[in-house]
Design a protein around this ligand. Structure first.
Ligand SMILES: Nc1ncnc2c1ncn2[C@@H]1O[C@H](COP(=O)(O)OP(=O)(O)OP(=O)(O)O)[C@@H](O)[C@H]1O
Ligand SMILES: [Mg+2]
Length: 224
């Protein structure tokens, strides 16, 4: 719930600013007797567009957390784009850029919302690692989607400095966290591993690359 409110607050910050400026402009021009018909029209459009964006944000979140538990065939790219649309504003605010490299389009089988939850957990961890990295003011998250004849692979890497080898074995344990009490429960990766390995019959693994952590999901194709 806290994360959800934080996300909405981030998505709303910019449109609220713009609406505020549009209203201020109208008020200022009116007080000087300079308010023209076109000006009202222009600012109404700006205000309406931004209100629509804010209203969409709420719908996105409502759909995102609906409890549809039906397994279906789906191309992972759609849900991945949805996640980045949802938290894009938070990433921008933290100076984090991202790249999604779609090397293939195939369908996997499972519950879409569970898959989204996994991607959100991993990307949130990446964001938090980048933000808490010493001496760094920006970062990058890289997503690669690739396939072979039997599997769909999703690589998610970040520039957050990586995971020290001494705890790499433990990060998938329930309640294992290095974050302060109110910042983390240590449930995210445990839940993600259960979803990918039990529900999607795949594998979730981690390694470090030059600049940070690399999480790889490997999900079998052709399940019914
Ligand atoms: N991309 C990453 N870079 C560096 N460390 C990471 C990364 N992802 C996970 N970790 C480490 O793994 C630990 C466990 O992650 P996990 O998502 O399970 O829990 P959490 O993020 O601490 O809490 P939450 O339950 O809120 O997700 C983190 O506390 C962190 O130390
Ligand atoms: Mg986490």
């Amino acid at each position: 719930m806290g994360e959800m409110i934080e996300s909405i607050a981030h998505q709303w910050r910019q449109p609220l600013n713009i609406i505020g400026l549009a209203v201020a402009e109208i008020e200022m021009k009116r007080s000087f007797g300079l308010l023209k018909e076109e000006e009202i029209e222009k600012n109404s459009t700006i205000i309406n567009n931004n209100l629509a964006f804010m209203s969409n944000t709420i719908d996105d979140f409502r759909n995102f957390f609906n409890t549809d538990k039906k397994s279906v065939h789906f191309d992972p790219i759609g849900p991945i784009h949805e996640i980045f649309a949802l938290i894009g504003e938070q990433l921008r605010y933290a100076n984090i850029t991202y790249r999604i490299d779609e090397q293939c389009h195939k369908e996997i089988f499972g519950v879409v919302n569970e898959f989204k939850q996994v991607i959100l957990n991993i990307v949130n961890n990446a964001k938090e690692a980048i933000k808490s990295k010493h001496n760094s003011t920006e970062g990058k998250i890289d997503v690669i989607l690739r396939c072979d004849a039997t599997h769909f692979y999703i690589d998610i890497s970040d520039t957050g400095g990586g995971i020290s080898p001494s705890i790499q074995e433990r990060i998938f344990e329930p309640y294992f966290t290095t974050k302060l009490h109110e910042k983390g429960t240590g449930i995210g990766l445990y839940m993600s591993k259960v979803i990918i390995e039990k529900h999607f019959e795949g594998l979730l693994s981690v390694s470090n690359n030059r600049e940070g952590a690399l999480f790889t999901l490997s999900i079998p194709l052709g399940r019914e």
